[in-house]
Write a protein that binds this ligand. Structure first.
Ligand SMILES: [Zn+2]
Ligand SMILES: [Zn+2]
Length: 264
């Protein structure tokens, strides 16, 4: 796995935070709700969802680092910019904590793109974090290098330099630093957008345009066409069916326009 110094530093930060959670003892008070086997309350970081039918080995408290006091500005996922990502799926690292309800020790899990998983004891996680920080410093790179990308030449988003799309959508024209940083916070989304064409038109005798682009929100699987009338308010989102209907309706309308032409 290749990562930039900034990514390695953030992984070290998240590992340190996870170790803090993992080393706290489980609560000793009884569970107020939960299945029959759960004899103590969940730790603060557990996402719950325990069921009576959970097999013995599945009786795990587990959760991501979503609680307060997170390093790295509340971001819980690390995009791996140097790893080749499949379209639409960024290569990412996530750090979580898990503890079997009968175990006295929690484990820190480092998960790569929801597939490969590294299970570490708190001591191992702390050692890994220390090694990562040592590597970052030995590389002679400033630890504050939090922005390893170069902007795309000549592209701006909202007036700021545009950086490559972290999800590698080939049609996405990029994102500014604020967009990419903010979407790492819980509950935020990234709007991917790429221009297709701009059709010159006239609106109430002044020149304008219909701008067509592809838009997609990170939480929406299907990208849509976005039609924006310059000078108007908002735009229209069209799926594949609506695009066909619009084209058919315009072709139909065009027939009448041509028939109405003088001399035809
Ligand atoms: Zn739990
Ligand atoms: Zn994008």
């Amino acid at each position: 796995m290749r990562c930039t110094p900034a990514e390695a530093e953030r992984l070290a930060d998240l590992l340190g935070h996870a170790v803090g959670l993992a080393e706290a003892p489980l609560p000793t008070d009884g569970a107020s709700d939960g299945p029959f086997w759960q004899d103590t309350a969940c730790p603060s970081w557990c996402e719950g969802g325990h069921l009576p039918e959970d097999a013995y080995e599945d009786r795990l408290h587990s959760g991501g680092l979503h609680s307060g006091g997170l390093p790295s500005g509340g971001r819980t996922l690390i995009d791996l910019l140097l790893e080749t990502a499949a379209e639409g799926i960024p290569e990412q690292l996530e750090v979580t904590v898990a503890q079997h309800y009968r175990s006295t020790t929690a484990r820190v899990h480092v998960i790569k793109s929801e597939q490969a998983e590294l299970r570490l004891t708190p001591a191992e996680a702390r050692t890994l974090a220390a090694h990562l920080l040592k590597l970052v410093r030995a590389a002679g790179l400033p630890v504050e290098t939090t922005w390893p990308w170069n902007p795309i030449e000549g592209m701006t988003v909202g007036g700021d330099p545009a950086f490559p799309c972290p999800h590698r959508h080939p049609w996405c024209s990029g994102h500014n630093k604020t967009e990419i940083t903010e979407y790492r916070q819980l509950g935020s989304h990234l709007l991917h957008s790429g221009p297709i064409t701009s059709i010159p038109i006239t609106t109430s005798s002044s020149p304008g345009s219909i701008d067509i682009s592809i838009n997609s929100l990170t939480d929406r699987a299907q990208p849509l066409a976005y039609l924006q009338l310059l000078g108007g308010d908002g735009g229209a989102e069209l799926d594949a069916t609506a695009i066909d209907q619009t084209i058919a309706a315009l072709q139909f309308t065009k027939k009448f326009l041509l028939e109405a032409q003088p001399g035809s």
